[in-house]
Design a binder for this molecule. Structure first.
Ligand SMILES: Cc1cc2nc3c(=O)[nH]c(=O)nc-3n(C[C@H](O)[C@H](O)[C@H](O)COP(=O)(O)O)c2cc1C
Length: 245
């Protein structure tokens, strides 16, 4: 790594260097969500408002939360998965700006993330890679090949929590959703936004007797290749495993 790249990044993404944004130039805003083919297999998720969770208090969730790297082999239910997706990226409203208003904050409500799930042990769902359609609150199948699990694990250096996890969340940025407004400063915001998302996962998991381990030690090329992302316009920002305690 170039020795001063971090310092240079902090310097050159200061507002004083901002140039006219694509939004200010009047260019078209990108879509709120990645497109998908309606021919793909789409899986309905239980409606968030109908999910009954035996909730613990927020204070208990905050105090109990810790990174968990060992999980029981009990599966997550589809309701529990739906709840975790709702708490991390759930869309509460699509407003006319247009923008999505979600359960987590995002700089300028740009919400540049898409959530991929590597599912290993969720009741009623085949193992494989899926993408969350946040606006519809559904899952779409991406890759159910035999190798996809080991590709994702390998991309995370085969850290010990990968293999036993019930599901691994992978948050990817669709860069232009943020850059359209914030230009190069967006690269700060992707990483700030991701912290909010993953913290909600940690806290929501406490509600369903599960644990989480955040992962930033991953091989960028390998994980982006596994998810078929170009690494520039779309790239992995953050990963987290989840499993039952
Ligand atoms: C940005 C970030 C990246 C992390 N990456 C990893 C990781 O790649 N592997 C891992 O085992 N833990 C990872 N962790 C978990 C930390 O090691 C953990 O939060 C820390 O040791 C404190 O423990 P606690 O979460 O139980 O309080 C990460 C945490 C954060 C916030």
């Amino acid at each position: 790594m170039e020795k001063n790249i971090g310092k240079r990044f902090m310097e050159e993404t200061k507002y004083k260097y901002a140039v006219e944004s694509d939004q200010q130039k009047g260019l078209k805003q990108p879509p709120l969500q990645l497109e998908y083919s309606s021919d793909s297999n789409i899986i309905d998720l239980p409606e968030p408002k109908n999910i009954e969770i035996h909730s613990i208090s927020l204070r208990e969730a905050i105090e109990n939360r810790k990174s968990l790297r060992k999980y029981s082999n009990q599966a997550l239910t589809l309701e529990e998965l739906s709840y975790l997706l709702w708490c991390t990226q759930g869309v509460k409203q699509v407003v006319s700006r247009p923008a999505t208003i979600r359960t987590v904050p995002s700089a300028g409500a740009r919400h540049a993330f898409e959530t991929y799930l590597m599912i290993n042990n969720v009741e009623g769902i085949k193992s494989g890679l899926y993408r969350f359609l946040a606006i519809e609150h559904k899952l779409i199948e991406v890759d159910l090949s035999d190798e996809i699990g080991s590709k994702v694990n390998d991309a995370c250096f085969n850290q010990p929590m990968m293999e036993p996890s019930a599901v691994t969340f992978v948050w990817i940025a669709v860069a232009y959703r943020m850059k359209w407004r914030y230009g190069e400063r967006s690269y700060r915001y992707y990483h700030l936004d991701a912290g909010h998302v993953c913290q909600n996962l940690y806290l929501a998991a406490e509600d369903i007797d599960s644990g989480v381990c955040a992962i930033a030690a991953f091989d960028d090329e390998k994980i982006n290749n596994a998810l078929n992302l170009d690494g520039l316009e779309q790239f992995t920002v953050y990963i987290a495993t989840v499993g039952k305690k």
